[in-house]
Design a protein around this ligand. Structure first.
Ligand code: ZN
Length: 224
């Protein structure tokens, strides 16, 4: 029980790391897209100035051949600059989309992290409670063990090791460990409750079930 909390939390922390890595990749892709856009913009600007230069040269051409060549270059540069502009617009859109997506994923990531932190706190509290409970039970057992005679405690430990359950109630004259009837004289002894009796069949320590019941008929703490 105590061990299963950290396992669950480990899985959750692995999820947090996975989402964080995805976010990191998204951010680095955005950086790449932005620098590509920057290069395309620079390229577009230089094409625009080449087009302006070609246009200026056309005023100084000496013959038709030169004019045609210059005109072809001007057209090609303009076309290229136009294509580049479309590409830049697309990239601007892509950058915007990526930014929106990153913002969304960042807030998802924060929510997930907060959730895991909350779960961690709950688990730590639960573990502390369980540990305190175990310590308390151990103390109670020590106190109880001290009140039992050493030879009986030893007998109890031996039976427990062999049979699992060492202390069983006798209900309606029947041992609840092996379902055999208890001889009447032993049962009488049990009802007095001032001695330690063993079941003649299974050798477990037996007690009369009614002895551990509260006056109102409900089982007492000790019988739990
Ligand atoms: Zn028995």
């Amino acid at each position: 029980m105590v061990k299963s909390f950290p396992a669950k939390l480990e899985a959750m922390n692995a999820d947090v790391k996975r989402v964080e890595a995805l976010l990191e990749r998204e951010r680095s892709q955005l950086t790449d897209t932005e620098s590509w856009r920057k290069r395309q913009e620079d390229e577009m600007k230089s094409e625009e100035s080449r087009a302006i230069a070609a246009k200026q040269r056309s005023a100084a051409v000496k013959n038709a051949k030169e004019y045609m060549a210059n005109e072809r270059e001007l057209q090609a540069t303009r076309k290229s600059a136009q294509d580049r502009e479309e590409e830049v617009l697309k990239l601007v859109g892509a950058v915007e989309t990526a930014k929106t997506s990153i913002t969304q994923h960042e807030s998802d990531f924060l929510a997930l992290k907060e959730h895991v932190l909350g779960e961690e706190k709950v688990a730590q509290k639960k573990i502390a409670e369980l540990e305190a409970q175990i310590a308390e039970e151990r103390k109670l057992r020590e106190v109880a063990a001290k009140r039992v005679r050493p030879d009986v405690l030893k007998k109890y430990a031996t039976i427990r090791m062999r049979r699992g359950l060492a202390l069983v109630p006798v209900k309606n004259g029947t041992c609840q460990g092996c379902n055999m009837n208890i001889p009447p004289q032993v049962f009488n002894q049990l009802q007095r409750g001032d001695s330690i009796e063993l079941c003649g069949n299974c050798n477990r320590i037996i007690y009369w079930d009614k002895l551990l019941e509260n006056p109102d008929g409900s089982p007492s703490e000790a019988s739990k």
